[in-house]
Design a protein around this ligand. Structure first.
Ligand SMILES: Cc1cc2nc3c(=O)[nH]c(=O)nc-3n(C[C@H](O)[C@H](O)[C@H](O)COP(=O)(O)O)c2cc1C
Length: 226
C-alpha cells in the first residue's frame, strides 16, 4: 500500500534522496584512509548489504575473504606495484607523465582488504538465466560489490577497488580454489574525507561523460566519441 505525502503524490513516487546522496558521495578511495579499525557490527552490515544483491538464478556466486594480516597485504601490494609498472611501460608522452602521478591502491593504509570472488559452480549446472550469457554470474558479483561500496559510503567508510593484479597470484596468496575467480581486492576503512571529484578526473587522466552522450533513444547512435 502507498500513502500520499502533503503534495498529494503517492509516497512511492518520491525519490529516496538519501540513496541518491550516497550514490553521489561514493568515491574510489586511495589516499584518504586513516587506518582506524572498522567496527565489526558496521563491517557485517556492509557485508550483509553485499550479500543482499540480486544474482542470476539466485546463485549468490560471491564469497568475501577478509584480509587483515599485514604481511599478506604487503605481499599483495608488492605485486600490485609491479603490475602498475607493467601498465606504465605501455604508456608514452603525456599519458605516461599523467599516470606517473596517479596512486592506484591503498592496500596497506586502509583498515582491511576484502577480496570478492566468483564461483561459477555455485548453483550449477542449472543456473536459471545463465545458459546464454555465461558472464551473468560475474555481473552478479559486481552487483554485490556495488552494494558493498554504497553501504560502506552510507556508513562513512571509503572503498577502493584494486584490479592491478594477476588472478593466479591472488588465488595462490589467499588459497582460493582453482575454479574460483578473484574479482576484486577492495581496500576499505574510515577516511579523512571523500573527494568530490574522481581522482582520475582531478589528475587529468579522463573526464566523466555527460549523461546525454550515453543515453540512446530507440537505436544505438554511432556519432559519439569513446
Ligand atoms: C572494475 C573496476 C576496477 C578498478 N580498478 C582500480 C584500480 O586498480 N586502481 C584504482 O585506483 N582504481 C580502480 N578503480 C576505480 C576507478 O578508477 C574509479 O571508479 C573511477 O575513476 C571513477 O571514480 P569514482 O569511483 O571515484 O567515481 C576501479 C573501478 C572498477 C569499477
Amino acid at each position: 500500500m502507498t500513502t500520499a505525502d502533503r503534495s498529494g503524490r503517492p509516497e512511492s513516487r518520491q525519490p529516496v534522496s538519501d540513496l541518491y546522496d550516497v550514490i553521489n558521495r561514493r568515491r574510489d578511495v586511495r589516499s584518504e584512509f586513516t587506518g582506524e579499525t572498522i567496527d565489526s557490527e558496521v563491517l557485517y552490515r556492509v557485508l550483509g548489504a553485499a550479500h543482499s544483491a540480486p544474482s542470476v538464478g539466485l546463485s549468490q556466486p560471491w564469497d568475501f575473504v577478509l584480509v587483515r594480516d599485514e604481511a599478506t597485504r604487503r605481499a599483495f601490494r608488492e605485486h600490485v606495484l609491479a603490475e602498475r609498472s607493467v601498465f606504465a611501460a605501455e604508456l608514452s608522452g603525456e599519458r605516461a607523465r599523467t599516470f606517473s602521478k596517479i596512486k592506484v591502491e591503498g592496500i596497506v593504509e586502509s583498515s582491511l582488504g576484502i577480496t570478492v570472488t566468483y564461483d561459477p559452480e555455485r548453483g550449477s549446472p542449472d543456473v536459471l538465466g545463465r545458459h546464454a550469457i555465461a558472464d551473468a554470474g560475474l555481473y552478479s558479483v559486481c552487483l554485490a560489490i556495488q552494494n558493498l561500496w554504497l553501504a560502506a559510503t552510507a556508513e562513512g567508510l571509503g572503498v577502493g577497488w584494486v584490479s592491478f593484479y594477476r588472478e593466479e597470484f591472488l588465488r595462490r596468496l589467499l588459497d582460493i580454489p582453482s575454479g574460483v575467480r578473484p574479482v576484486a581486492w577492495l581496500c576499505i576503512g574510515p577516511v579523512r574525507e571523500l573527494a568530490e571529484t574522481p581522482d582520475l578526473e582531478r589528475h587529468g587522466w579522463r573526464n566523466r561523460l555527460r549523461l546525454e552522450d550515453v543515453v540512446h533513444d530507440g537505436k544505438y547512435r554511432h556519432d559519439f566519441t569513446r
